[in-house]
Design a protein around this ligand. Structure first.
Ligand code: SF4
Length: 493
């Protein structure tokens, strides 16, 4: 529509997914190319479609607005509403109006309009399991926008706004007359119209969690030596420093000592909070980043043993009707009497989750029988928390899991407490590269492995399933080898 800026519910989602960032929307709106969706993204998208279709099948006969020509969808939606069609699928609305004097056209396409006696309920199907005031604000905003579009087009508000969640629940979203969604559209419009790129700090978990601009933003941040590259600098602090004119780690070191940095206030949620105790580690991290040289803080404390078990789990977050699940329990003894890699995998039948857990307990039991109490070395707290979770889920009649819990040793805090590294993150993948470990696989990672596992779950072809599982097992085996490489490197410090 010439002269009108088009705004959609997807624009709002771009601000939040995969992680909150306004730069993503600016870059998309300005045609900056982004990376292709990963195999994991594509699988999640198709799971979302399956979830929506399954729900549609439970709702009875429907009219599919997506089947009519693009130009007639809005008018056909209104006709269907006026005729009280019991279920309207892919209803489409368009409204033209002004935002701060700029003509805009807002387009929204809701999954389901469900006639409920004396009005319509607007419902969208989502894979997210928790949708409330603390989770997935973008979903509530999307529904608010549909609610506002409906009210403008039909003349009366919808009877209700609802989300069909990934857990299969139907959750009500209170309608605020569209106020929050319209305020968000103002932000969307400002970003679309802006001629200068907004400042956004980079962050390892923010940018490396599936954002298509990760390589672009990260390399630009490195080229300009952005202060947000310093580990332990959170997003609020990076923004505060940037607005105070402190752009680089070098400028940070010149402007602050521990005392003054700890007193600096930065945005923290809806409040302002002092940097506090983090100041010391931030400045140490900035120093090693500038010098490029690691700094030893304290002796490395690792209990002396002849052998150690490297231990790593691969899991799926809860999705659709499934609970959170560990699908691979990887262990391997390294040291004087190294052993073979054991990857205990969950089965694909209804009892698969339990089978994986008991296969792991059996493997751990065998290791204890051969080596006695032996440290189970892992990276970060995921392994400990998930053993505790499975203990509650399936029990541990032989007491092996308790014994593993008594012997787990998290290498990440040991590393952080003893050495400062000139790196943007203490993720195992980053540290292993720093110590010179190389992998045989071109593609790997937690999301990659999850995508492979979902494909293995869905295929009926046994040969394909075996080949997918073999790739995941190689990845996990190399994770253990990487943990051992970091362990050895650290021990030699
Ligand atoms: S890479 Fe990071 S900073 Fe860049 S758009 Fe994505 S989330 Fe935002």
């Amino acid at each position: 529509m010439h002269g009108f800026v088009q705004l959609t519910a997807s624009d709002i989602v771009s601000l939040y997914r995969p992680t909150p960032c306004s730069l993503r929307l600016y870059l998309r709106a300005h045609g900056v190319p982004e990376a292709e969706p990963s195999a994991f993204d594509e699988i999640i998208q198709s799971l979302g479609q399956v979830h929506e279709q399954k729900h549609l099948a439970t709702l009875g006969a429907y009219e599919d607005i997506g089947l009519v020509g693009r130009d007639q969808r809005v008018s056909r939606t209104l006709e269907a509403i006026q005729s009280c069609v019991p279920l309207i699928y892919q209803a489409e609305f368009r409204q033209k109006f002004l935002i701060n004097g700029t003509p805009v056209i807002v387009v929204g396409r809701s999954d389901f309009l469900i006639f409920d006696g004396d009005g319509y309920i607007i419902r969208d199907s989502k894979l997210s399991r928790n949708v409330d005031e603390n989770h997935h604000e973008e979903i509530a905003l999307q529904l608010q926008l549909y609610g506002w579009l409906f009210e403008r087009a039909v003349g009366v508000p919808a009877k209700g706004l609802q989300v069909h969640t990934g857990a299969g629940d139907v959750v009500d979203v209170p309608y605020d007359g569209g106020a929050a969604a319209l305020a968000k559209l103002e932000q969307v419009l400002a970003l679309k119209q802006s001629t200068t790129e907004p400042y956004e700090p980079v962050g390892w978990s923010k940018c490396k969690a599936g954002c298509g601009y990760s390589d672009r933003c990260w390399s630009q941040a490195e080229a300009r030596q952005d202060v947000s590259l310093v580990m332990d600098i959170d997003q609020g602090l990076a923004r505060q420093l940037h607005s105070d004119g402190i752009a680089t780690p070098q400028e940070l070191l010149s402007a602050f000592d521990i005392q003054s940095l700890s007193e600096l206030k930065r945005p923290w949620g809806t409040r302002q909070q002092k940097v506090g105790k983090k100041a010391e580690s931030i400045l140490a991290n900035a120093e090693v980043l500038v010098s490029g040289k690691e700094r030893i803080l304290a002796p490395v404390v690792i209990p002396a043993h002849n052998n150690y078990v490297m231990f790593d789990l691969e899991g799926m977050p809860p999705y659709m009707d499934d609970l959170e699940k560990i699908y691979l329990w990887g262990v391997q003894v390294y040291g004087r009497n190294s052993g073979k890699f054991i990857g205990a995998t969950s089965g694909f039948g209804t009892d698969g989750d339990r089978e994986g857990w008991y296969a792991f307990l059996e493997a751990a039991n065998g290791i204890f029988a051969e080596h006695g109490d032996i440290p189970f070395i892992h990276w970060h707290h995921y392994e400990r928390t998930h053993i505790e979770m499975y203990l509650k889920r399936f029990g541990d009649p032989s007491g092996v899991a308790d014994r593993v819990l008594r012997n787990v040793l998290d290498l990440l805090p040991i590393t952080k407490n003893s050495i400062v590294l000139p790196l943007p993150s203490y993720s195992l993948k980053v540290v292993e590269e720093y110590v010179g470990f190389t992998r045989t696989q071109d593609e790997y990672g937690g999301s990659w492995a999850m995508a492979k596992f979902i494909l293995a779950t869905e295929t009926e072809d046994q040969a394909e399933r075996n080949s997918l599982m073999a790739e995941i097992l190689t990845y996990d085996e190399e994770d253990l080898a990487a943990t051992w490489a970091v362990f050895e490197w650290l021990r030699n410090k």
